[in-house]
Design a protein around this ligand. Structure first.
Ligand code: PEP
Ligand code: MN
Length: 264
């Protein structure tokens, strides 16, 4: 179903009237984690001011350590919707457990993110294949393109064809950055599938200063959009502080993307 052969022209996914996969680049900005109502209000204002049309934020966090902040849970979804509604921003948030799916529907989450660690959680994929919400499917930590395509096929087989691939960097021997952004995956996926491909430069590089270069490279390579971590006060972020852009940095980056997108 996800193969390019089934839809040679490519698909555009509509997210509350915002097209993802067409000629326009869509940028989803926002913090790694939802922390407080005030933090989300400031983040939403910064996202909207920078010209991003959708917002991200995690309420359920897949942390390496069980002792690290795990996310606010349902209370976070409440803060997120309150802040996003002020700027009419569709919301993107990660689902880790099928038992929270009904809650995500109740809170009217616009786009459900399946994180890298759950790319091959096949039961989770089957469940989100049955709902009528776009899904961002992140690439697994060391997943091949074929494994990733097959994971998407699990979602599509249930009837939900609104799938967005998100390249977020893959495991590497290198220690100078968090993951290696697989720019090559972008044209390969665009050839293999009709579905939109976005890139998360934040989790790829792991450092805020790397984000603009990686974001620009992704757009130059043909990405349909970006998922970027931004925090109103990066130094104080509860999660992934090193890689968060400030509102000003996000705004500056956004100004550079149009010309690159035009050139490709
Ligand atoms: C995230 O986007 O919040 C996240 C945890 O990313 P990943 O699943 O790519 O590590
Ligand atoms: Mn993060």
């Amino acid at each position: 179903i996800v193969s390019r052969d089934s839809h040679p022209a490519g698909s555009i996914i509509q997210i509350r009237g915002i097209p993802l996969g067409g000629n326009q680049i869509q940028v989803i900005g926002g913090p790694c984690s939802i922390e407080t109502q005030e933090q989300m209000n400031l983040a939403a204002a910064g996202v909207a001011a920078a010209g991003c049309r959708m917002m991200r934020g995690g309420a359920f966090k897949p942390r390496t350590s069980p002792y690290a902040f795990q996310g606010l849970g349902v209370e976070g979804l409440e803060f997120f919707q309150t802040a996003a509604k002020l700027h009419n921003l569709p919301i993107v948030t990660e689902l880790m457990d099928v038992r929270m799916l009904d809650t995500f529907m109740e809170y009217d989450v616009d786009v459900i993110q399946i994180g890298a660690r759950n790319m091959q959680n096949f039961d989770l994929l089957k469940e989100v294949g049955r709902v009528n919400k776009p899904i961002i499917l992140k690439r697994g930590l060391s997943a091949t393109i074929n494994e990733w395509l097959m994971a998407a096929e699990y979602i599509a087989a249930g009837g939900n064809h609104n799938i967005i691939f998100c390249e977020r960097g893959i495991r590497t021997f290198e220690t100078a950055y968090r993951n290696v952004l697989d720019v090559t995956a972008i044209p390969v996926l665009k050839r293999e599938t009709h579905l939109p491909v976005i890139v998360d430069p934040s989790h790829a590089g792991g450092k805020a200063w790397m984000v603009p270069a990686l974001a620009q490279a992704a757009v130059a390579a043909g990405a349909d959009g970006l998922l970027i971590e931004m925090h109103p006060n990066p130094a104080e972020a509860w999660c992934d502080a090193d890689q968060a852009l400030s509102p000003t940095q996000l705004n500056e980056l956004m100004k550079t993307l149009g010309a690159i997108a035009q050139a490709v």
